[in-house]
Design a protein around this ligand. Structure first.
Ligand SMILES: [Zn+2]
Length: 86
């Protein structure tokens, strides 16, 4: 759901590599080359970045009135989701 923060297998921190990896791959670069250049050598860590699917943005559209109320209260962020009313 969220981007990987650490490798599940070896525990290496990966959160700082997510955005550069996704930006470059989205721009059309080869994922293998990008991982090599970012210094991700172990295949367990490569798997984490290469196979992660983030869908928090889609799930967040369908929040409940209670979670919306808490989000506004805690973070002062109003809901802008299209599916906000449940
Ligand atoms: Zn790893």
């Amino acid at each position: 759901m969220l981007q990987p923060l650490r490798c599940f297998t070896c525990g290496a921190p990966l959160g700082h590599l997510w955005k550069p990896f996704m930006d470059r791959v989205s721009a059309g670069e080869d994922p293998e080359k990008v991982l090599d250049e970012l210094g991700v050598k172990r295949y367990c860590c490569r798997r984490m970045l290469f196979t992660a699917v983030t869908y928090i943005d889609k799930v967040a559209l369908f929040d409940s009135p209670r979670t919306r109320e808490l989000r506004v209260k805690l973070y002062s962020v109003p809901s802008k989701g299209v599916g906000g009313e449940i």
